[in-house]
Design a binder for this molecule. Structure first.
Ligand code: UDP
Length: 425
């Protein structure tokens, strides 16, 4: 059996700081996943250290989240925001800093769980330097993402090669949906061990507020037909499709239709380009009066927005999982989503919401209208969504899946090394 010292694990997420403010620039689902998984694993008795790069000189080097869960920020290139596509060259410094941290602490982690392809490379390099078990979650697959964007970045070739090497060499890859597993096998490699463990959400944070109470809190009138988007401003998120769908809605001009587009960082940051582009489309389509941009929604206000909405729309061109969909469902709000990736797994059409082809404005318009014009059905979809999340997508169930996987991998390794030492003796 593995020992207590093996219960020290590192979650590595170079570009997705688990202690960051969520919703701005590139901080989204990956950051939430690492933080929530870390916290939940710590509750199960693991000693969890989460590693990210330092992106601001003002940031604390260590953030303690709970007694046995903390974020450690390592110097990796200049202490400023650097987009994911430009980070690869700084990774050797991250590895160096990680090694120095281990030395100072006087222990090596026996298991690391890496997140996103950049960290997978870090993990594979570390594995060459010390014995360890590597588990990996992709969060996004280049092989799928690059099919859905027009300008493929220079780093693409490197990323695709690393993603393939990762699947073929790490101890286990965690797919967050059966769709992601299929994509890996079809587009990345036939080799490799894959376990499906979905993402989760906080079922206590969402779902405890009634629609009328939430609306009162936010100052939204009871007769408003409220359509909500929550997420980062990134072209892949398909916000344009949603805006154009609202312009096509049969309710436009007839009902008190309101589009709320939540998320985004402070002015002057990189996601501002997409926000300005969306604001221009809103103006061109004459939707300024019925559209609001409340900015980044923090964890205290977010549950009110989900609860107030009649429908939450996730119009992504590609979505490996899509936390927003399950957060809305946990809040009893039906979801209209693109029928891509993990959204095909989380949203059950006609039961917890509706699916539409990505970038297909008129399909989104008619799906949204169907829900807005039938409040009784909206409520039934909402209840079914809540049940689905309770059963399948709580962080505790995610953590217990990971707990089983880590325990199995550590036990297997310690059994192998004890056989080896018996043979050597
Ligand atoms: N989010 C937030 N505030 C915002 C916008 C987004 O807290 O203003 C959170 C949202 O609740 C979700 C995450 O950011 O937990 C986005 O995750 P998702 O998987 O939907 O998308 P990603 O960012 O990974 O592409």
């Amino acid at each position: 059996m593995f020992t207590n010292k093996d219960r020290r694990i590192a979650l590595i997420s170079v570009d997705g700081d688990p202690a960051a403010e969520i919703g701005q620039e590139e901080a989204g689902g990956q950051n939430v996943y690492v933080r929530q998984v870390g916290l939940a694993l710590a509750k199960l008795g693991w000693q969890v250290d989460m590693f990210a790069r330092r992106s601001d000189p003002e940031q604390a080097g260590i953030v303690q989240h709970s007694s046995n869960c903390r974020t450690i920020r390592l110097k990796t290139g200049p202490a400023q925001f650097i987009g994911r596509d430009d980070l690869f060259e700084y990774l050797p410094e991250f590895i160096d800093q990680f090694q120095q941290f281990q030395q100072r602490q006087g222990y090596n982690y026996s298991l690391i769980h890496t997140n996103y392809w950049l960290s997978s490379w870090v993990g594979m390099e570390l594995k060459k330097q010390q014995p360890l078990i590597q588990v990996h979650t992709y969060h996004s697959l280049g092989a799928v993402k690059y099919r859905s964007i027009r300008n493929v970045p220079l780093i693409a070739t490197q990323r695709l090669a690393v993603e393939q090497a990762c699947l073929e060499t790490v101890d286990c890859v965690v797919a967050t949906s059966p769709q992601e597993k299929k994509h890996m096998q079809l587009l990345v490699s036939r080799n490799g061990r894959i376990e499906i463990i979905p993402c989760g959400t906080d079922i206590d944070q969402f779902g405890g507020i009634q629609r009328s109470v939430a609306r009162q809190h936010l100052g939204i009138a009871p007769d408003v037909k409220m359509v909500l988007y929550v997420g980062r401003f990134d072209r892949r998120k398909g916000i344009e499709t949603l805006v154009r769908a609202i312009a096509e809605s049969s309710l436009r001009g007839k009902a008190n239709l309101q589009l709320v587009i939540g998320g985004g960082s402070r002015p002057g940051q990189s996601d501002g380009i997409e926000r300005d582009r969306i604001a221009n489309i809103v103006a061109q389509l004459g939707l300024k009066d019925c559209t609001t941009f409340p900015g980044r929604l923090d964890e205290t206000i977010l549950p009110y927005y989900y609860a107030a909405a009649d429908v939450c729309v996730v119009p992504s061109h590609y979505e490996p999982f899509g936390l927003v969909a399950i957060e809305a469902m946990a809040s009893r709000t039906p979801v209209v989503a693109s029928n891509v990736g993990g959204l095909k797994f989380t949203v059950i059409p006609e039961v917890t919401g509706l699916l539409a082809p990505p970038e297909h404005e008129s399909s989104f318009a008619s799906a949204i209208d169907r829900i807005l014009t039938n409040p009784a059905w909206r409520d039934r979809l909402g209840e079914a969504g809540r049940k689905r999340v309770e059963v399948a997508f709580s962080w505790n169930s995610v953590a217990s899946g990971l707990n089983r996987l880590y325990t199995h991998l550590l036990t297997q390794t310690s059994a192998k090394s004890s056989i080896k030492s018996q043979i050597a003796a």
